[in-house]
Write a protein that binds this ligand. Structure first.
Ligand code: PMP
Length: 348
């Protein structure tokens, strides 16, 4: 049985929720002398002399509309990387608890575990980049608090089978994190509609990819209200600044533009997949549910440096397990993709 309270670290159980004296007044007071702000104003033509809303309700209500998830089931972080770090701090006792990771996968799960002194147990993906349920089962013990599943997975680009994720959600008594940073480009459905079904599910998404806001640094965690309340206790009170909140709200009005970019990215992805597969230096283009391709080549290092010398930067993933010979290539604009293809054709 999943029991959220027993999973929490004792110091986290003892924390009281952050509350601001200002909450009681709901913005109705006329004189604010409670927060040691500059009462005279801000050098910017805005209300930046006031602290921002610590729970970012306006942004969350807008996201709730877009995602079909109630606002109290949403956490906003300074990139999804902040949510990853908070998960370790909430649930994993340094030097005692462990996390199960399924490499090759997004590097920050491991970096953040190391920063927080959490033991990492690896259950590598299978040859076709799916979960190895037996390996996961044998990696888990009573101190396993978190499993990270990235779907679509970075760097392999494929989505993870829904049934396998459900199997883990149904059987693991810790927190299952499904990182959906690339879900907008996928044929697979998001898990965010399944939050009521699985009290141990945390879904991560981000505005850094399809939404075109990598510089804004805004990531989202979707989970039960109880889990979101824990995130809110741990985060710094003003983790999302006023400028980010205003800009996110403005950007979130552009759903149609974003959908058009997603459509074009997917079309370009399929086109590029076909063109790359024709090249003699390419051994395999893996199927992609993301906005990038994993491409197995005859000489990743050599091709990487030839491209770099022409000002074209891709990612050499050839040292990553199961990815020997592979480059990871983001889908560019149609013009950028032509430039890339021409450069590769010249090598071939
Ligand atoms: N998850 C995955 C799978 C990613 O690839 C990335 C960024 N490369 C992130 C999360 C981080 O996103 P953010 O910019 O929101 O921190």
């Amino acid at each position: 049985m999943f029991d959220l309270n027993s999973l929490l670290r004792d110091n986290i159980k003892r924390l009281t929720p952050y509350s601001s004296a200002r909450d009681e007044f709901k913005g109705e007071a006329s004189v604010y002398l409670d927060a040691n702000e500059n009462s005279f104003g801000s050098p910017l033509p805005t209300n930046y002399h006031r602290y921002p809303d610590p729970l970012q309700w306006k942004v969350k209500y807008r996201l709730a509309d877009i995602k079909g998830v109630p606002p109290q089931n949403i956490f906003l972080g300074n990139g999804s990387d902040e949510a990853i770090d908070i998960l370790y701090r909430a649930f994993c006792r340094p030097g005692v608890d462990n996390v199960v990771l399924c490499p090759p996968t997004y590097g920050m799960y491991e970096v953040s575990a190391n920063i927080n002194d959490i033991e990492i147990r690896k259950a590598p993906l299978t040859e076709d980049f799916q979960l190895d349920l037996e390996a996961i089962e044998s990696a888990i013990d009573e101190n396993t608090k978190l499993i990270f599943i990235c779907s679509p997975n970075n760097p392999t680009a494929n989505a993870i089978d829904k049934e396998a994720i459900e199997m883990i959600l149904n059987n693991f008594e810790g927190i299952v994190v499904v990182d959906e940073a690339y879900i907008n480009f996928s044929r697979h459905k998001s898990f965010i509609q399944e939050l009521t079904e699985y009290p141990n599910l945390v879904v991560l998404q981000t505005l850094s990819k399809a939404w075109g806001l990598a510089a804004l640094r805004m990531g989202m965690a979707f989970a039960s209200e109880d889990i979101i309340n824990i995130f809110n206790k741990i985060k710094p009170p003003y983790n999302i600044n006023q400028a980010s909140q205003e800009l996110a709200l403005e950007a979130l009005g552009n759903v149609e533009q974003v959908n058009a970019w997603i459509k074009e990215t997917v079309e370009e992805r399929e086109k590029l997949t076909g063109e790359l597969a024709k090249l003699s230096i390419v051994e395999k283009v893996y199927p992609s549910d993301a906005n990038f391709l994993l491409v197995k080549t005859i000489d990743a290092k050599g091709i990487y440096s030839i491209l770099t010398n022409q000002g074209i930067i891709v990612r050499d993933r050839s040292k990553v397990e199961l990815c020997a010979g592979c480059l990871r290539i983001t889908i560019g604009t149609p013009e950028e993709n032509v430039t890339l293809l021409q450069a590769l054709q010249n090598i071939a």
